[in-house]
Design a protein. Sequence first.
Length: 412
Amino acid sequence: MRIDPRNSFLATLLLVSACGTTAVDKQGTVEWLIVHGRFQEAVDRAAAKAKDHPGDEQAQRTYREAQFAQMLESGRRLSFADRDLEALDLFRRATELAPDRNEAVTWIEKTRRKLAEHFLEIGLEAHASDKLDEALVAYESALQFDPGNRGALTGMADATLAVNYRAGLGKAYYEEGLRSFKDGLLGQADGEFGKGDKYIDSPQLDQRRKQLAVEMAAARMTVAATLVEEAKFDAARNEYRLALALDPGNAAAKTGKESCDLESHAAQIHRDAEMAIVRGRLDKALELAEEGARLTVLQKDRFEGLKNRVQEARFETIYKEALAMERDGKFPDAIVRYGDLLKIAAYYKDALTRKETLEDFVVRADRLYSQAAGETDATKKLETLRQILQFWADYRDVADQVRELAKTVTPQ
């Protein structure tokens, strides 16, 4: 939606008329420069005179008027170029410079409506493309510039309900929410048209609209509170966002949204930590669990449970490492690893029993190996070494010795 630049010159004339001067026909005066669109020259000339005559109120006022005119014209040009945020900033500064003038206020209202329509179009396009999260952000932006914008509110309500429905809240939630919102809008519409569909606008009607919006916001907050109790923080946050869109001054909705922003972030950290556990990145998982525990207010127990899971996963990792060493015949290494586990989890599974059994195997193997080394009878030596193979196939060079001795010993 573009603003017709043809109105710019007329607006400038009206501005100068408001200055209360009759010197616009005198070439080279500040007023003449403004009328002829030479704003920078006007500002420079007015600034010089104001500096030379600091006590001259008329000179100071003319300087302010020149600055105001330059800001207003620059803002209009920015708006025509669709640089509306910059334009809005200039119009606001112009209002601060001359709070008794209405021109900048009018342009602020026009620019805010233009920005609202711009973001509404973005939201509708994203909505139509099923990019609901993008649509929600755009609708919120539209409502920041034009609170109560019917199109943005309707779009935001539908997108919010659809996002939460897809997150698993169910068809009943979606249909009830849509019906409730539409009923609220119909309640507004009933008061907006009189007989013959003639549009009515009045302070009473405006108050009625606001009251209905407050009631719809309260209904969404009730839903949000239930979702918080169910730990569905993403969905609750969306409901609070909608409540704020309906009732921007609702402090409870603002607090609820901020809380859900926090808890949603914490919930994502929880999911990331769970994935880190699955991938065996336990240090990272513990780091995330501790970060989430510091962040959350409502999910302390979940993060304590998560830290316990990380610890349990760490125990299980050490246990499996020791078990693998045991199965590979690396008994001394397995004994050390079981010992590491028992230092932090004294009764974890059968770690203690396995460690003691392996320690016994090491003692027996060493004793039998020494006994075989001192044996002069090949048959007895073979029998002694074979006892070791029954429980420790990879002990030193026992397998090789048994193989060689078996070639020389006659079977009994």
